[in-house]
Design a protein around this ligand. Structure first.
Ligand code: BES
Ligand code: ZN
Length: 454
């Protein structure tokens, strides 16, 4: 073990330089103009897996972005771990709020700043580097490892889903290991045991057949922005409950044990308010902040488009307005069913004076895992050893839609070894990753492979 760890220490600078190279590739999955970068990024990941000593390194083309696969299967009789991650990143806008070029990584105050630093390049690179350290020092791994790094996580993992269903044999494993979530708090080793699901919708409201002068027509013809705002405001009541009929029908209530677990974490509302500059918190009445953030469903408007938005004033009654709305889901809510309920209710709220279209953009199922599993125990031990503290178990508010498919299709437990921090600004300007977490993450991964092989 010492030799492996010394290897990571001696190669610290090399590891960081390689991570920077990874971060320089603008692999934004949602923008067609970045298709070439996506391809380059998949090739970069494949080459790093090869350099690490993995075998059968392959790029699988899909209808969307390529999937990178690699394996090392030379430990017969030992368990097999499938390590999942994603090389695609979110768009960078609003670019003017970045302090450095998002694709020219900068190290400052012990953090590396770049798009994808935490979500997810920094976190998946940890595992590639832990395997490298093992193979370069020992010449072998203590168990069998498969890597599956995709390029469409940020857009719903549709093609990975298809790939998974067709390649169950190739991906067969005893456990799936993922670092694409957050630690409960800085320095506190964390295993996440739940993810919320997602239903992502778009509402388009059309009023008159063209933009009109708001003086000549205002008051007589419905304004789609006004009507859209009224609809959105009716989706939640004053107690923070979502008003869509049957929305809560399949929600499993939090058990007494769940609530005790949440309570044990001693979450500070005051610190949350301070960190994000808000004077008061809000949410569903009857639930604590931590419960609201990961144990209960939510509805949020992510974007709203319409009318005149440039400098100064222009009087106009616009023809169209639209909004993007996401609902985070908890077990046993089904994203397809929620999308239907949402569509029906939103349509029922629209007055005859406007036309309304509702689109289901994408979704994912929620999941809560059992903690009673050898892989989870091994991971909890491993992060505790690497961070030098007792491990805590939390549910995550975000979503990784493919996770439920791993557990269903591969019938394997999924370990969420979160190495990011909630303050890392993922999906936001100035995303970063703590270099200490990168280093301790590599140790965590090494300890996990060792512990789980026993
Ligand atoms: N790494 C995140 C998941 C996550 C979010 C972990 C928040 C920890 C905190 C992942 O890359 C992500 O952003 N997922 C999307 C899924 C969606 C695009 C289908 C999400 O949660 O919005
Ligand atoms: Zn993300």
């Amino acid at each position: 073990m010492k030799e492996i760890i010394n290897y990571t220490k001696n190669n610290k600078t090399k590891y960081l330089e390689e991570l920077k190279e990874y971060l320089r590739i603008p692999s934004i999955s949602t923008l067609e103009s970045h298709k070439g970068d996506i391809d380059n990024c998949s090739k970069f990941v494949a080459s790093k897996l090869k350099d690490a000593g993995m075998t059968e390194v392959k790029l699988f083309p899909t209808d969307g972005h390529p999937i990178v696969y690699a394996e090392w299967m030379k430990a017969p009789g030992r368990p097999t771990v499938l390590i999942y991650g994603h090389y695609d990143v979110q768009p960078v806008d609003p670019i003017e709020l970045w302090k450095n070029n998002p694709f020219d990584p900068v190290i400052k105050a012990g953090k590396i700043f770049a798009r994808g630093a935490d979500d997810n390049k920094g976190q998946n690179f940890v595992h590639i580097k832990s395997v490298e350290a093992y193979l370069k020092t020992k010449g072998e791994l203590p168990l069998n490892v498969k890597f599956l790094i995709e390029g469409e996580e940020e857009i719903g993992s549709e093609n990975l889903d298809k790939f998974l269903k067709k390649n169950k044999k190739l991906l067969k494993c005893d456990a799936v290991l993922i670092s694409d979530t957050s630690m409960y708090a800085p320095g506190v080793p964390t295993i996440n045991y739940g993810l919320r699901g997602l239903a992502y919708m778009e509402i388009e409201v059309t009023g008159p057949n063209r933009d009109l002068h708001s003086g000549s027509f205002g008051g007589g013809i419905a304004n789609p922005i006004n009507e859209l705002a009224k609809i959105i405001s009716k989706l939640q009541d004053k107690n923070g409950k979502i008003t869509i009929p049957d929305f809560y029908k399949d929600v499993k209530p939090l058990t007494r044990k769940d609530r005790e677990n949440y309570k044990k974490l001693n979450f500070s509302d005051v610190e949350l308010m301070k960190e994000y500059g808000v004077d008061e918190l809000q949410g569903e009445s009857g639930y604590s902040t931590l419960e609201r953030l990961s144990g209960r469903p939510t509805l949020d408007c992510n974007g709203i488009i319409g009318g005149f938005t440039s400098e100064g004033a222009k009087t106009v009654l616009p023809s169209k307005a639209s909004a993007k709305i996401s609902m985070r889901l908890v077990p046993d809510q089904n994203p397809l069913e929620i999308a239907k309920l949402f569509t029906k209710y939103v349509k029922s709220l629209a007055p005859k004076s406007v036309k309304i279209k509702v689109k289901d953009l994408h979704g994912g199922h929620p999941i809560v895992m059992s903690l009673d599993d050898k892989a989870i125990e091994a991971a909890a031990k491993a992060v505790s050893k690497a961070f030098g503290k007792e491990t805590v178990f939390t549910r995550e508010g975000g979503s990784i839609p493919i996770v439920i498919e791993f557990s269903k299709q591969l019938k394997a437990p999924v370990v969420l070894m979160g190495l990011g921090l909630e303050t890392d600004n993922i999906h936001s300007p100035n995303e970063h990753f703590l270099i200490k977490n990168f280093e301790r993450g590599i140790l965590s991964s090494i300890y996990f492979l060792d512990e789980y092989s026993k």
